[in-house]
Write a protein that binds this ligand. Structure first.
Ligand code: G1P
Length: 275
């Protein structure tokens, strides 16, 4: 059966985090507004979502970050943008829950505001994630990438079950920030998710977990425990996921975005030769 990608048209971008690892930069500008090439990081995320059929974006912001709202306003060019406020930093799942009313009972993407994806594939990773979500009639779909096992403490790590087919595979468990020895695999959650509205009931029942925060990983795990089906899609070779949550990964993201543009790419290469 054919499923239209446009069946998921809403996305939530959690962007209320404090950006602690990026201080002092983030005391003057939210990390989501840091420049990548000539534009703020969040603009690339919006473009990526739009190319996957999303036309309704909900930012979850904090009172301390007026810059996001003042730059993007109510959107334009076929994209409507709205804002909900997360009053306290209780974790990623809590940020998603703040958007429940705005999501209006529909399926939706969650795109982390500090994760930029660079892809030259005809269908972006988020587009493929939506296809998998709809095609599998899943409860949730999650993008994953293989990471060195010693990095498991930084990610949600998944446990695949069954073989991959059509570019996606099912999982029967996932753990937030496990020690390498306890990690169920080397596949890390890469900052893009698709959910049905059923996720909100699981979030409401989720207690604080890793880092004493209410984790979306735990809410998804609770769904699996109740028999819900969760599917993962991997990045394609050559696709890159860039975290702008720390200064070194931000520098990588800046260079990767510049590499997409011949003029900026030459400028970055020239700068690297001045040592
Ligand atoms: C969040 C998620 C984690 C995911 C990661 C990707 O963690 O909780 O599961 O792997 O994003 O960047 P954070 O980076 O907020 O600690």
């Amino acid at each position: 059966m054919e499923f239209s990608r446009s069946s998921v048209t809403k996305a939530v971008i959690p962007a209320a985090g404090m950006g602690t690892r990026m201080r002092p930069l983030t005391s003057i500008i939210p990390k989501e507004m840091l420049p990548l090439g000539g534009r703020p990081a969040a603009e690339y995320i919006i473009e990526e979502l739009h190319s996957a059929g999303i036309n309704d974006i909900i930012f979850v912001v904090s009172h301390e970050k007026p810059e996001i709202r003042s730059y993007f306003g109510s959107g334009g060019g076929g994209i409507s943008i709205s804002y909900v406020v997360q009053e306290a930093q209780r974790g990623l799942a809590d940020a998603v829950l703040c958007a429940e009313k705005a999501v209006c009972g529909q399926n939706f993407v969650v795109a982390l505001g500090d994760t930029v994806i660079v892809s030259r594939e005809p269908v972006s990773p988020t587009g493929r994630l939506i296809e998998s979500f709809l095609g599998r009639r899943a409860f949730a779909s999650v993008i994953v990438e293989r990471v060195p096992i010693e990095d498991s403490v930084r990610y949600g790590m998944v446990h695949p079950c069954g073989a991959s087919s059509g570019g996606s595979f099912a999982i029967d468990g996932l753990v937030e920030k496990p020690q390498p020895a306890e990690s169920p695999s080397s596949l890390a959650i890469g900052g893009r998710y698709v959910f049905g509205p059923g996720i909100f009931n699981y979030i409401r029942r989720t207690e604080p977990g890793a880092l004493k925060e209410i984790q979306i990983t735990d809410a998804i795990g609770a769904g699996i425990g109740c028999g819900e089906s969760v599917w993962c899609t991997e990045f394609a070779p050559g696709e890159g996921r860039y975290d702008i949550g720390s200064i070194s990964s931000y520098c990588r993201a800046f260079a990767a975005v510049c590499a997409q543009d011949s003029e900026l790419s030459r400028a970055v290469s020239a700068g690297l030769q001045c040592r």
